[in-house]
Design a protein around this ligand. Structure first.
Ligand code: NAD
Length: 473
């Protein structure tokens, strides 16, 4: 399978997607090694993962260039790869206590002679299927806590961005105990589909359309699934907000990483009182944004990673304009040196039935809708099949928070945007089609990989059948 380079548009890499039979073989090997892995204490597993964190850090020099070629972006690839050792260390530090707390012993019950002890039993093999927008982070975000729980893990990153797999696997192979229970494989959708039949838990990050299929396959296989899907995050800008600061926040949260983030702000609802200065500032700031072209080390936003996404973004802009929206700035995908770029694009007077309001865009596009009453803004923000996250920007945290509580979203950033990219400690649940299953954030990110086995201890006399004789009632 030939892989396109997002900066040159040329195919310069190849993968051989693994077949279903190979996936089955790998799954069996991982299962065989998992027994020993689960028998270790959480501290022992943590110590092995800490070695991996160090190995990744030492090998960033090979991982970052691969990730840069995968995604066409420089700085964010550095942040992405360099952030992984920190995530491993955080789970290695916090998991042992969470696991201890999750196994309370000798708990009293409503029956005086009966006590309980809880055991946590990890799912033997967790599968991770991940997308192309943050290839390394999203391949590992579920895998690290699953390993800490004692599961073996099979990861299939997106076929759009597979170059980082080899240098990352090289770090895994430096630690034989880890290599026995963690495999990161090359493959496409078929490989992903084959995995679902082989694992005991599936963690999927990707589009709603594929997530739906994965959910159905997981139901057929009778295994739990964590589905982390798309979003159409709204930002509400209150009349009390400072227009310039709100515009800066909306712009960054919409266009960073070329808008290719599930938690990107994709719609802005601004109060009429400040709409004019807000739009003027947003436009001026958007027009000052530079492309990372021709120099990858300069500017703010890079090319689309996936060429089909550029087409989707363009089609949505054209659809909105056809339906009466006004294009304020940007609006046309440019082919520069083979890469597909879109300058920050602002649309106003956007009809609510335009695709740009209803469907995920995943590009640096900001449709701005002006509202008169806050109830109207809340209703429009909530009028979506998605419910991943949202944002409210106002004059004070308290005021913004009052509005946030009315939004159908798993996370709401207050006086900022897209904060779920920075804060992973708190649990959240998606609304609507943005996802299903246990939260990957917070303690649940780890605890979802356990079944609970309760030992129910009778220290008195076990009841005899006579107790149930009808004559006694
Ligand atoms: P995608 O759904 O096209 O692909 C995701 C993964 O699924 C890939 O690895 C792909 O090979 C695999 N796949 C395809 N068909 C499959 C099948 N039938 N069975 C099993 N696996 C299959 O998504 P994408 O285009 O790579 O990623 C972009 C999407 O991901 C956006 O919608 C974005 O919002 C979403 N996303 C969500 C989050 C989140 O945390 N909620 C984070 C990042 C991205």
């Amino acid at each position: 399978m030939k892989i396109r380079n997002p900066r040159t548009g040329k195919t310069d890499y190849e993968i051989a997607p693994l077949s279903g039979e190979t996936v089955t073989d790998i799954a069996q090997q991982l299962r065989a090694a998992q027994t020993g892995w689960a028998a270790k204490t959480p501290e022992e597993r943590g110590a092995i993962l800490l070695q991996w964190a160090d190995a990744i850090e030492v090998n960033l020099g090979t991982i970052i260039p691969a990730l840069t070629n995968d995604t066409g972006r420089g700085g964010i690839s550095k942040i992405e790869a360099a952030g992984v050792p920190g995530q491993i260390r955080r789970w290695a530090r916090t998991a042992p206590q969470l696991i201890a707390e999750g196994q309370p012993a000798d708990q009293p019950t409503s029956v005086p002679t009966i006590t309980t002890s809880t055991e946590l039993v990890p799912y033997q093999l967790a599968g991770v299927i991940s997308p192309w927008n943050f290839p390394m982070t999203l391949a590992l975000i579920d895998a690290i806590p699953a390993l800490m729980a004692g599961s073996a893990v099979l990861i299939k990153p997106s076929e759009v961005t597979p170059r980082f797999i080899k240098p990352l696997m090289a770090t895994v192979e430096q630690i034989p105990e880890l290599a026995a229970v963690l495999s990161i494989i090359e493959g496409d959708g078929k490989t992903g589909a084959a995995m679902i039949d082989q694992v005991d838990y599936v963690c999927f990050t990707g589009s709603v359309a594929t997530g739906w299929k994965v959910g159905e396959s997981a139901a057929q296989a009778f295994i739990p699934a964590s589905l982390e899907l798309g979003g159409k995050d709204p930002m509400i800008v209150l009349a009390s907000a400072d227009p310039e600061t709100a515009a800066a926040t909306a712009l960054r949260a919409s266009i960073v990483n070329t808008g290719q983030a599930c938690q990107s702000i994709e719609r802005v609802y601004v109060a009429r009182e400040i709409a004019e200065p807000f739009l003027a500032s947003l436009t001026a700031q958007a027009e000052a944004v530079a492309l990372n072209y021709p120099d990858i080390n300069k500017g703010h936003i890079g090319p689309f990673i996936f060429e089909k996404q550029a087409e989707i973004a363009q089609n949505q802009i054209d659809d909105a304009v056809r339906k009466g929206a006004k294009l304020v700035t940007g609006g046309a995908v440019e082919n520069l040196g083979g890469g597909l770029y879109l300058r920050p694009t602002i649309l106003t007077d956007v009809p609510p039935d335009s695709n740009i309001i209803r469907e995920e865009n995943f590009g640096p596009v900001i449709p701005v809708v002006i509202y008169d009453q806050i109830e109207e803004a809340i209703a429009q923000a909530n009028d979506s099949i998605f419910g991943l996250s949202a944002a409210v920007v106002g004059g004070s945290v308290t005021e913004a928070e009052q509005i946030a509580s009315h939004l159908k979203a798993g996370a709401v950033s207050i006086n900022d945007g897209s904060l779920t990219s920075m804060v992973w400690e708190a649990e959240k649940s998606s609304f609507g089609y943005s996802g299903l299953g246990a939260s990957r954030m917070g303690a649940s990110g780890l605890m979802r990989f356990f079944r609970k086995r309760v030992l129910i201890r009778q220290s008195g006399e076990a009841a005899r059948i006579e107790a149930f004789a009808e004559e006694n009632f």
